[in-house]
Design a protein around this ligand. Structure first.
Ligand code: GAL
Length: 343
């Protein structure tokens, strides 16, 4: 069954309700070559990313699950992805207080982050475009922020381009929270080989907030400079791993500009994913907090059934002047780009 609906500024968008019933109700699918991408207006969420008909991401059957469940599956995350210590920051000498939704800290934009708002969807050529206007002081952040996220669907992968402008100085950190599983189904990801082109990472305290230090990965479980099974060191007696229940750390990506930052390989499916970004950091999250839940097509999703590679400014960079700056000045244009390519 094909449904046709009109969205915001968009044209008529065709969505197929065959696959995931209600989950596709307000979403759009674009196909190109080996890739099929479905994005929902709720949270500009990636509902599905298929390579050669194989599902590469975790998801739910029903849109309602995205609203009810934690985990941010597939979501566009903002205005400030990852954690802000003590739910506050200072900008231009002024204190901004935020909603603390993660212990004493703010996580992924606060109470109602960009993952939980409705975006305007449209299609331009092979791209799905999601737009949202975040009001001045929404979730405590200054400035009316216009955000545009363009999901380009290429024949072998997707590229996510972020653009934002604000009418007041503000802070920004946008990412996508897709859980990948290159096996093509929900199952433990410890058997995936990961290469991360990062000589350093930002160690965390017990609240998962970076201590401010950048630590070399050499000789630690965080060394993924050569392909290594995610499961190889994940249960090591290492304070950093114990604090997060596995990997949940920001890696400092080597180099600058749009560059390859990771490769992931699943032997069982033979699928490899190459990851690119122009951002300085990436949160490698091994799905440690994924409690058991019902996923797409009745699959059971459990702890470590997916991994995320969330490109970003470093967590809590609002409060760490030595970290790359996440400040967006009034009138300036913020851009960022991340790509996931399959071979
Ligand atoms: C990740 C974060 C994890 C966890 C997860 C959502 O981005 O690093 O600590 O909060 O989101 O469950």
């Amino acid at each position: 069954m094909i449904k046709t609906e009109r969205y915001g500024k968009g044209d008529f968008l065709k969505t197929s309700a065959d696959d995931y019933s209600d989950a596709l109700r307000k979403s759009v699918t674009v196909k190109n070559g080996d890739i099929s991408l479905t994005v929902a207006e709720y949270g500009a969420t990636i509902l599905s990313l298929k390579f050669k008909e194989k599902e590469m991401t975790l998801g739910y059957d029903d849109t309602e699950e995205y609203k009810k469940q934690d985990g941010y599956l597939g979501a566009t995350v903002g205005r400030f992805a990852n954690r802000i210590a003590n739910g506050e920051f200072y900008l231009n000498g002024k204190r901004y207080g935020l909603y603390k939704n993660d212990g004493n800290n703010t996580l992924h934009g606060g109470k109602v982050g960009f993952n939980a708002v409705l975006w305007d969807l449209s299609v331009k050529g092979n791209a799905i475009i999601a737009e949202y206007e975040s009001k001045d002081m929404e979730e405590g952040f200054p400035g009316n922020l216009k955000v545009k996220v363009e999901f380009s669907v290429n024949a072998d992968g997707i590229e996510i381009s972020y653009m934002a402008t604000s009418d007041k100085d503000t802070v920004i950190n946008l990412t996508n929270h897709t859980y990948f599983n290159l096996a093509g189904r929900a199952e433990n990801i410890e058997n995936h080989y990961l290469t991360l082109f990062a000589d350093g990472f930002t160690p965390i305290d017990s609240g998962l907030i970076p201590t401010g230090e950048i630590k070399g990965v050499k000789g630690t479980p965080f060394d993924f400079m050569e392909p290594k099974l995610i499961g190889k060191d994940i249960n090591a007696e290492d304070t950093q791993l114990i604090r997060a229940g596995g990997y949940d750390h920001n890696f400092v990506i080597n180099g600058a500009g749009y560059r390859k930052f990771a490769e992931v390989y699943c032997k069982a499916s033979g699928i490899k994913m190459q990851c690119f970004t122009d951002m300085p950091g990436v949160q490698f999250y091994s799905g440690n907090f994924l409690t058991e839940r019902k996923g797409r097509n009745g699959e059971t999703i459990k702890k470590r059934h997916g991994f995320c590679l969330e490109t970003q400014f470093f967590p809590n960079s609002v409060n760490e002047p030595a970290f790359p700056s996440c400040v967006l000045r009034a009138g300036e244009v913020f851009t960022a780009k991340t790509g996931y390519k399959f071979v």
